[in-house]
Design a protein. Structure first.
Length: 223
């Protein structure tokens, strides 16, 4: 079950690229919240506080109490966080007001725990193939992430979405036959072919020849 998270916000009076850039430089994050009627309202959040909030949570789809200008908190889902593609800095956040009695569909990250026996004793390679999964549940039952334990996996073993343990109150929406993790055999370096060895030898001989010619040229200049 998700923890109680409160975010303080203020009504944002200006919109557009210019005002949004000034807000960010002043330490505010431009944001918007869609109420239950579908109307969008421009707000702004303290950039530093919001960054700390995201840093302490595995996913960005969080259930929060959004308090705008000190008013009673609205139950909202953090639906989207936009990042600068170059710096990774925060650009904008979107919230949707929700009903606590209606199910929601969200994407949550998959966390891999444990060390696969095929990696530990067999030198295999663990491949994390699926990073997030779509689920459906009531807002109060929203998990921050889905955990998968890979300790029992040997070389050649894998786990699919259907193997994830999410509890009775959460429904997996992602197709169950999609692989989440697998353990593959150690990658062996391929021995060079005869043609590759011959080419490498010719390259070495050419390099030695060029070096000798350069050395001779230098001696001739000195005399």
């Amino acid at each position: 079950m998700s923890e109680d998270i409160t975010i303080a916000a203020q009504v944002r009076k200006e919109s557009g690229t210019g005002p949004s850039g000034r807000l960010r430089r002043a330490g505010w994050l431009p944001a918007a919240v869609n109420d239950e009627d579908g109307a969008s309202h421009a707000i702004q959040l303290n950039m530093h506080d919001f960054e700390l909030l995201l840093h302490h949570h595995a996913g960005e789809h969080l259930l929060v109490d959004l308090q705008i200008d000190g008013q009673r908190g609205r139950k909202c889902l953090l639906k989207d966080v936009q990042h600068d593609p170059v710096s990774g800095g925060l650009l904008h956040a979107d919230f949707h007001e929700i009903s606590m009695t209606e199910t929601i569909a969200v994407t949550v990250p998959i966390e891999v725990v444990g060390e696969a026996v095929g990696v530990k004793t067999g030198g295999g390679v663990l491949e994390h193939l699926l990073r997030e999964v779509e689920i459906e549940c009531l807002p109060g039952d929203l998990p921050e992430q889905v955990t998968v334990d890979v300790s029992a996996l040997n070389i050649g073993d894998s786990l699919q979405v259907a193997d994830l343990q999410v509890g009775e109150k959460v429904t997996l929406l992602t197709s169950g036959d999609i692989a989440v993790v697998s353990v593959s055999a150690p990658r062996l370096e391929e021995a060079p072919t005869a043609a590759e060895e011959e080419e490498a030898a010719e390259g070495e001989e050419a390099g030695e020849g060029a070096g000798a010619a350069e050395e001779a040229s230098e001696k001739a200049e000195q005399t």
